[in-house]
Design a protein around this ligand. Sequence first.
Ligand SMILES: C[S@@+](CC[C@H](N)C(=O)[O-])C[C@H]1O[C@@H](n2cnc3c(N)ncnc32)[C@H](O)[C@@H]1O
Length: 294
Amino acid sequence: MGNVIDHYDGSAPTYHLQYDPDHLWQQDEYPPNFFRLQMVTRILSEVGATSVYDLGAGEASPMVSIHRDLGIRVEGSDISPEMVRLGREHLERHGLRGEALSLVDSRDAEAVSAERARRGEFDAVQALGVIPHVTDDAAFVRAMSSFLKPRGTLLLQFRNSMFSMFTFNRMTKEFILDELMAPIPQEFKDAVAADLDRRLAADLPPVRRRDDGHGYDEILARFHNPFELAEVVRAQGFEDIRFHWYNYHPTYPMLSGQFDRADYWKAQAALEHEGTWRGMFLCSAGVIQATKTA
Ligand SMILES: C[S@@+](CC[C@H](N)C(=O)[O-])C[C@H]1O[C@@H](n2cnc3c(N)ncnc32)[C@H](O)[C@@H]1O
């Protein structure tokens, strides 16, 4: 498993391109994070947040954009020194204070509590693309919660394991055997595993790899079951839990090559605000919105 810090230090210089309207559609991959940022900006506006703390803020593109669109206080932190260095420059280029972004590992409870003492409380806290990279979900939600006022809003992004039910590949097989059939005896699982090998494209998707050994599939990048993650959030003192979905797929990914890339991306983008139960299966990622009880 590669190192998360090295991975993000390496991607920091180009990370902003996925948010840049001039480059958005020139890249090799569809830009889901652009739609994620639109979604969280809309929710922050709806709940009337006047401040947001961004845990795992990257190179501050979301902070800059949210401040530009909503005019609210934005502060945050990240574990990657390169993200923080470039993020501070980015903030200053847009008239914000570079110190609004700190170097903090969310898993380090002492560092989080020192950061909380420095920053104070916020109306909202967001973590976009971060929980896939940590192992202790409850501790992560506690760290987020520590920045929130009572009745404040939590926005927690996750990679959606339910999407496996629409991919018909190796991820479907793993989801069925490891999650859906978890309480079922091994002899039944063995029969299903052998049958699924005939029905599914169990050798797909190929592992994404970069030459330096820090490709996204080589770092810790977990999927979460939305129902289980919602329970973790609830147990940390949250209510009014809602799911929001993004990164829609109009077909399962292995069919995408049959279509013109621009047409496929257009169909994906057209679905991004679909907003119904379908997102739980058509989307590879989601955001949990929840209110801190006290
Ligand atoms: C997928 S990027 C998203 C960045 C930003 N939230 C955005 O939406 O553009 C995930 C970020 O989380 C940071 N990260 C990963 N693990 C972390 C941790 N334990 N503490 C703080 N930041 C972390 C990474 O360095 C990276 O910048």
